[in-house]
Design a protein around this ligand. Structure first.
Ligand SMILES: *Cc1c(COP(=O)(O)O)cnc(C)c1O
Length: 488
C-alpha cells in the first residue's frame, strides 16, 4: 500500500460513514460548476492531440493497430463537476459519498484516480470489490450492490465494513444470520424498486414493474413488509434505489428518488427516530453520444432533484450516488488503424481493427448504441475533405461486425485512423473475446508540461501467449487423455 487511504483530507466533520463532506470550494465555476462548454471544447482538442501523439510515439501503428486512450485531465474534470453539482444543492456539512459504479470502467488505475478525486466505489461482484481494494479505496467508501450475493460475499463485506444493500428478503435473512446480536460495522440498507417505469432501452431499465432488482414498492404488501423490516432491525439505516441507466429521462429518475425518499420518511415517522439516515440514489445519468456536448449535466440533475425532493437536501440525510457511464464515457477513445478499404455493392467499406471485441453493444444493437466516429490521417491529424458515406468495419468474422453503417466521414484510406468517441465507459474495458482477438492496451494521457503528451499504461495489451493460456493452453491434452476405462 502506498498511503492512499484517507490521506486526501476530504472527510468532512460529519463524516461518520466515511463520506466526504460536501460544500467545499467547489461549485464556484458558474451555474454548471467546473466544465461546461469550455471543457467540452478543450476535451476535443486534447483528444486530437492525443491521437496525433499516439501515432508519433509509436503507440499506434502497423504492429499495434488498436489502442484505447483515457483522458486523465477529463476524468479529473468530470469528478470535479459531480462533486460541485451536489455541493451546490446540499446543506453545509451533509455527508455525500459519490461511489463510482465500477462496472462502467473496471480498471484499477481509474479507480485509484477517482479515489484521489474524492470518489468511492460501487461494486457488484467479488471481482469488482477486489479491484476497488487493489486501487486503495477504503472499505468505508465502498458500496456493495448485486442481486446474487453469496453468503461468503456477504460475510466478507460485513467483516470489511463495506456498505451492503440487500436486494430481497432472502438476502436480508442471510444478513440477519451474519449480524446476529452484534452491531454491524457496515451501513446496511434495502434496495427498493420504485416501479416508476422504464426508459428507451429495456435492458437497462431497472424500475419497471417486473425488474429483477430490489423490492417492488408498489407490489402488494411489499411497502408494509419493508417498513416492518426496518422497525425490526435498528441497524437498517439506508435505503437504496437505482432507476436505470442510459435512456431513462431525468424526471423519471427524480421520481424514483422521490418515492424512495417518501418511504424513508414513513419509516422514520413510524420508528419515531431518524433510523434511515442515508439515501443511496443510484446512478444512471444518461450520456449524450450524439455530440461533444455534456448533456444533461450533473448540475442539472442535482437541481432537478432538489426541486422534486427538497427534503432530501436539507441536511437530515446523508447521500450516496453511484454514477458510472456519465463520469467516464466522454473521457475514453478507441483508436484503430484502417487496414484495407474496398467497395461492396457500390458502398465504400473501411476495414479496421475495432469491432465487436471493443464495441460489443454497438455492434449487436446499433440502434440503441450508436457511436460517434472521427477520421484521422496516417499521421494522426484530423482528416478533412468531402465526406463520403461509408461503412466502418471491425476485424471479426461475421457480417454485422460494423462500428458504423453508412456513416459520412472523410474518405478513408489504408493507414488512416478512425476513433470511436465516448467509449470510456462500458466499451474499452468490456472486452468480448470473439475470434480470439486480443484485449488492446489502454493508455492514460495528460499534457507532459512541455507542449507534448505523456502516456502511461493503464492495462497492457494482451499477448498471443495470454490468449492461448486463457483458452486452456495448459490443459491441451486434457480431453484426449480422458478415456473411459475399458471393461475387463
Ligand atoms: C449500473 C449501475 C449503476 C451505474 O449506472 P450508470 O448508468 O453507469 O451511471 C449504479 N448503480 C447500480 C446499482 C447499477 O447497477
Amino acid at each position: 500500500m502506498d498511503g492512499t487511504d484517507d490521506t486526501n483530507g476530504l472527510h468532512g466533520p460529519h463524516d461518520v460513514n466515511g463520506m466526504n463532506g460536501a460544500g467545499g470550494p467547489d461549485g464556484t465555476d458558474g451555474p454548471d460548476g467546473p466544465g461546461g462548454a469550455g471543457e467540452d471544447r478543450a476535451r476535443a482538442v486534447r483528444r486530437d492531440a492525443a491521437v496525433r501523439a499516439a501515432v508519433e510515439q509509436g503507440l499506434l501503428g502497423p504492429g499495434s493497430p488498436l489502442v484505447c486512450l483515457l483522458d486523465v485531465t477529463g476524468i479529473r474534470a468530470s469528478a470535479a463537476s459531480l462533486r460541485a453539482a451536489f455541493a451546490a444543492v446540499t446543506a453545509p456539512g451533509t455527508p455525500v459519498l459519490h461511489a463510482f459504479a465500477v462496472k462502467a470502467t473496471p480498471l484499477v488505475p481509474v479507480l485509484r484516480l477517482l479515489h484521489e478525486e474524492g470518489l468511492g466505489a460501487e461494486v457488484a461482484s467479488p471481482g469488482e470489490l477486489a479491484l476497488a481494494r487493489a486501487a486503495g479505496v477504503p472499505a468505508a467508501r465502498i458500496v456493495l450492490d448485486s442481486p446474487a450475493k453469496t453468503p461468503a460475499e456477504l460475510r466478507e463485506a460485513l467483516e470489511l465494513g463495506v456498505a451492503v444493500n440487500a436486494d430481497n428478503p432472502q438476502e436480508l435473512a442471510r444478513i440477519d444470520a451474519l449480524v446476529g446480536s452484534a452491531v454491524p460495522r457496515s451501513p446496511l440498507g434495502i434496495r427498493v424498486n420504485p416501479q416508476v417505469g422504464g426508459g428507451s432501452i429495456g435492458a437497462l431499465s431497472t424500475a419497471t414493474a417486473t425488474s429483477k432488482f430490489g423490492m417492488g414498492l408498489r407490489d402488494e404488501g411489499v411497502r408494509e413488509w419493508i417498513v416492518r423490516a426496518y422497525l425490526d432491525r435498528p441497524w437498517l439505516t439506508r435505503l437504496h434505489t437505482h432507476t436505470g441507466s442510459q435512456g431513462i429521462p431525468l424526471p423519471l429518475m427524480a421520481q424514483g428518488v422521490a418515492r424512495t425518499y417518501a418511504l424513508a420518511e414513513e419509516i422514520n415517522a413510524r420508528a419515531g427516530r431518524r433510523q434511515v439516515d442515508t439515501l443511496d440514489l443510484g446512478g444512471g445519468l444518461p450520456v449524450n453520444f450524439g455530440s461533444e456536448e455534456t448533456t444533461p449535466t450533473y448540475a442539472q440533475y442535482a437541481r432537478l432533484l432538489r426541486e422534486t425532493v427538497p427534503g432530501l437536501f436539507d441536511g437530515r440525510y446523508g447521500l450516496v450516488t453511484e454514477f458510472g457511464r456519465s463520469l467516464l464515457a466522454k473521457q475514453g477513445t478507441v483508436v484503430t488503424r484502417v487496414e484495407y478499404t474496398k467497395r461492396a455493392g457500390g458502398r465504400p467499406v473501411a476495414v479496421t481493427h475495432a469491432g465487436v471485441q471493443v464495441a460489443t453493444r454497438t455492434v449487436y444493437a446499433p440502434e440503441a448504441w450508436p457511436l460517434r466516429l472521427a477520421a484521422y490521417d496516417a499521421q494522426g491529424r484530423p482528416k478533412a475533405g468531402p465526406e463520403v458515406v461509408q461503412d466502418v468495419a471491425g476485424p471479426a468474422c461475421f457480417a454485422g461486425d460494423l462500428l458504423a453503417e453508412g456513416r459520412a466521414l472523410a474518405p478513408l484510406e489504408p493507414g488512416d485512423h478512425v476513433a470511436a468517441l465516448d467509449t470510456g465507459a462500458y466499451f474499452l474495458a468490456h472486452h468480448y473475446a470473439y475470434n480470439s482477438l486480443p484485449r488492446p492496451g489502454i493508455y492514460g494521457f495528460a499534457p507532459d508540461g512541455s507542449g507534448g503528451i505523456a502516456f502511461v499504461t493503464v492495462r497492457k495489451p494482451q499477448t498471443l501467449r495470454d490468449i492461448v493460456a486463457e483458452a486452456g493452453g495448459e490443459h491441451a491434452s486434457a480431453l484426449t487423455a480422458l478415456r473411459t476405462p475399458e471393461r475387463a
